[in-house]
Design a protein around this ligand. Structure first.
Ligand code: ADP
Length: 447
């Protein structure tokens, strides 16, 4: 892959700037037809992209296939949504005036994306941007440029005109980022990644007052109440915790379980977690692939060691997996920790690995307070059969996404995003396209 720097980035912005007038002036139906063709192209190359993603990023093939479908769904959704960008007319205060409100594309936009969803984190941004009539420069994570490149090829084949989307790959993230942020022509930055980098980008965006969308870290709590169907709840917890080996920003980070069912629930989770197959993602039966890089493995080991030292019990896992030829990789066994406490790293920082901490509680209000005691506010989950409690608790959780009896809420038509230090703005659904539209007020005198 090319290792681009600031100059290449400026050239990409030049191209996006040149392409903007023609792209934004196309009728919506024409842009929609191109986005539909991108969807079709992704479906045709689904297997190829999934295999490439697994080889590049490590997630099991079944999950990679799932991601390609999820990623493509954004093109389908926004192809349809492109045709529904409505303005307003407002009754004026004088008979010889008219008030029109237009929705127009913000202009040239930039996207900086992470490695954990190498396709979907791009499509969730580029599909609404193109639907709105914006052009875009994309900087994918340095760990996963190949999936991004294949996506670009598919967009090219589908008829997205030259310059409308531009890929800048490279290891000098700050140089590329700075070139995008300093450029006045870039009117919006949309980012998914760490809270730390998100804050930096937001600060830098201030100099040219760019619009900013941020999808940052999370620390998802999962509340399991005493009336929950424990087998079903465990299934959702496992799905939410262990997909992508725990490397998603909406993965469960902390389970709060009522003390009366804690022992039974812990036993189910430990038994099921132990059954998960760890290994190379291309093998069909594998459910947990490697972590992305050695630093990620070191962080998981640090979190588990800290929890053990402070008194948590390891019910299963708690170690690297090296047997069966896996000694060269960053494989970590699915781990369940019992009786974790608020002072442990696993309950404070995003572990981003296959580690499930269980923390008992007595009262609903206590569980909600524990869940909200974090600077993050992306996703939270709860499991209960009590409808009033489900409503009460989902309203009290300070999170952008709440899964009630559902550990996998992400889908193209719903608004995804966080509150507090988990981010700004929403991606997906009718909300996602708003991020790429400006509101223009046209006051017309009939004199
Ligand atoms: P993660 O911890 O998930 O790797 P990062 O926030 O470090 O999250 O990375 C997300 C994206 O942000 C990647 O594309 C990365 O290259 C990019 N990035 C990292 N540092 C900077 C920076 N200083 N300026 C712009 N982009 C950056």
């Amino acid at each position: 892959m090319a290792d681009a720097g600031a100059e290449d980035t400026r050239r990409a912005v030049d191209a996006a700037h040149r392409a903007f007038p023609a792209w934004s002036q196309k009728v919506a139906g024409e842009r929609a037809a191109i986005l539909e063709r991108v969807y079709d192209g992704m479906m045709e190359q689904k297997e190829e992209m999934a295999r490439l993603m697994t080889m590049e990023q490590g997630k099991p093939l079944a999950e990679a296939r799932g991601e390609v479908q999820y990623a493509a769904d954004f093109f389908k959704w926004y192809a349809e949504e492109a045709k529904r960008i409505y303005g307003d007319t407002i009754p004026a205060s004088s008979p010889d005036k008219r008030i029109w409100v237009l929705r127009q594309p913000v202009g040239v936009t930039a996207a900086i994306t992470p490695w954990n969803f190498p396709a979907a984190m791009i499509t969730r941004k580029v599909a609404p941007a193109l639907a709105a009539g914006c052009t875009m420069v994309i900087k994918p994570a340095e760990q996963t440029p190949l999936t991004a490149a294949l996506l670009m090829e598919i967009m090219d084949q589908a008829g997205v005109p030259a310059g409308v989307v531009n890929l800048v790959t490279g290891t000098r993230a700050a140089d590329i980022g700075d070139a995008l942020l300093e450029d006045r022509r870039v009117r919006k930055i949309t980012f998914t990644g760490s809270t730390e980098v998100g804050k930096l980008l937001m600060r830098k965006a201030a100099d040219t007052v760019k619009r900013v969308s941020l999808e940052l870290g999370g620390h998802a709590p999962f509340l399991v109440f005493e009336d929950a169907d424990l087998v079903k709840a465990a299934k959702e917890v496992l799905a939410s915790k262990f997909r992508n080996a725990g490397q998603t920003c909406v993965c469960t980070n902390r389970v709060y379980v009522h003390n009366s069912v804690k022992g039974e629930f812990a036993a189910i989770l430990a038994r099921e977690a132990e059954k998960l197959q760890v290994g190379e993602g291309l093998k069909e039966d594998v459910q947990i692939g490697p972590l992305i890089e050695p630093e990620a493995l070191a962080k998981v080991e640090r979190h588990v060691a800290d929890a053990k030292e402070k008194g948590a019990k390891v019910l299963t896992g708690g170690r690297r997996v090296t047997e069966g030829g896996l000694d060269q990789g960053c494989f970590y066994a699915p781990t369940v920790l019992l009786d974790t406490t608020s002072d442990m790293l696993v309950e404070r920082e995003e572990t981003f690995g296959p580690v499930l901490p269980l923390h008992g509680f007595e009262e609903e209000a206590e569980a909600v307070a524990l869940a909200n005691d974090t600077p993050y506010g992306l996703a939270a989950y709860l499991y209960t059969r009590d409808l009033s409690r489900a409503i009460r608790v989902s309203e009290a959780l300070e999170y952008g996404i709440v899964g009630v009896n559902d550990g996998m809420p992400s889908t193209a038509q719903a608004p995804f995003g966080g509150v507090k230090e988990s981010g700004l703005g929403r991606e997906g659904g009718k909300y996602g396209i708003e991020e790429f539209l400006e509101t223009k007020y046209v006051s017309v005198g009939l004199k």
